[in-house]
Ligand binder design. Structure first.
Ligand SMILES: N[C@@H](CCC[C@H](N)C(=O)O)C(=O)O
Length: 281
């Protein structure tokens, strides 16, 4: 079977987008997604995203496979790319704002008309059972909680943006051996559904530098949910302001953890890379 796809990226976090608007079942299996994401044997991407019919009154639904074939609840850079993809598909009839059903609830991206998409990412979940993690009692928060990884004790703060994040503040992000330490965090037994891990350097109270090891994808150039979780963790630990620029290897995101409604807002780019057809094996 041959499928049409479009590749987009958000700050180098890249995705294969598939127009699946006429069927609730994704036209690619998780095994096929692994192959499509392969940078040597496929198209190459951090994940495959499906634009599916809406449900419960939403315009559309989003599902995503990570490059290892696992299915996360949400993807921040991915939902900006999805909004741009839908707008490109709809042409003159495109909306400027979409209500998208995800496994993390309804998420609302808004195209700003300048190449950037502002996303209402919802209210972060902080209780240990919601992450999930056993680092604290089920109905308590894990904030600056010690965790031993690679013979070193890290102060870890856990935040769910629908998907799990473990955030640790460090002096120098460049010095973190991400390739070796990332998988140890991801598969640590205190995270029963694995975790994304963000290492954060506070440059100023309103400017953070971040490197990320993503669950199911490894090192990526950016992670939208991770940047949101990092600012929430920074506010909880007193490390940063509620509005921050987060610098990632692929570029910058603007994040606001609103004092008014306790929701997190993320603004960043979504860019078309190329379109193509590929035969699924
Ligand atoms: N890159 C994404 C997050 C994708 C999902 C993640 N790997 C997970 O398994 O939770 C983002 O921009 O948020």
């Amino acid at each position: 079977m041959e499928i049409e796809f479009t590749k987009y990226h958000g700050l180098g976090n890249d995705f294969i987008l598939i127009d699946n608007r006429t069927d609730r079942k994704p036209m690619v299996t998780s095994e096929q997604a692994i192959q499509l994401c392969s940078r040597h044997f496929g198209i190459g991407a951090d994940g495959v995203i499906f634009a599916l019919p809406g449900q419960d009154g939403t315009d559309y639904s989003m599902r995503i496979f990570n490059s290892d074939g696992s299915e996360p609840e949400m993807c921040g850079n991915g939902i900006r790319c999805l909004a741009q993809f839908l707008s490109d598909l709809e042409g003159d009839n495109a909306k400027t704002q979409y209500r998208i059903h995800t496994l993390a609830g309804v998420i609302i991206p808004k195209l700003e008309g300048n190449g950037k998409v502002r996303v209402d990412m919802g209210i972060p979940l902080l209780m240990a059972a919601q992450i999930p993690t056993t680092l604290a009692a089920a109905d308590e928060k894990a904030i600056n909680t010690p965790l031993e990884v690679a013979l070193q004790v890290w102060q870890v703060t856990c935040v769910s943006m629908g998907n799990p994040h473990a955030i640790t503040f460090v002096e120098d992000v460049a010095a973190i051996p991400l390739e070796t330490i990332g998988p140890l965090f991801e598969h640590h037994p205190v995270f029963p559904q694995r975790t994304n891990t963000e290492f954060i350097q506070v440059v100023r109270r309103d400017y953070l530098k971040m490197r990320v090891w993503e669950r199911g994808a490894g090192i990526t150039l950016a992670c939208g949910t991770g940047a949101c979780a990092a600012v929430v963790a920074g506010v909880l630990t007193g490390n940063c302001d509620r509005a921050c620029t987060v610098e990632l290897p692929g570029g910058c995101l603007e994040i606001e953890f609103s004092e008014v409604d306790q929701r997190v807002y993320m603004t960043g780019p979504a860019e078309l890379v190329f379109t193509g057809n590929i035969s699924l094996i």
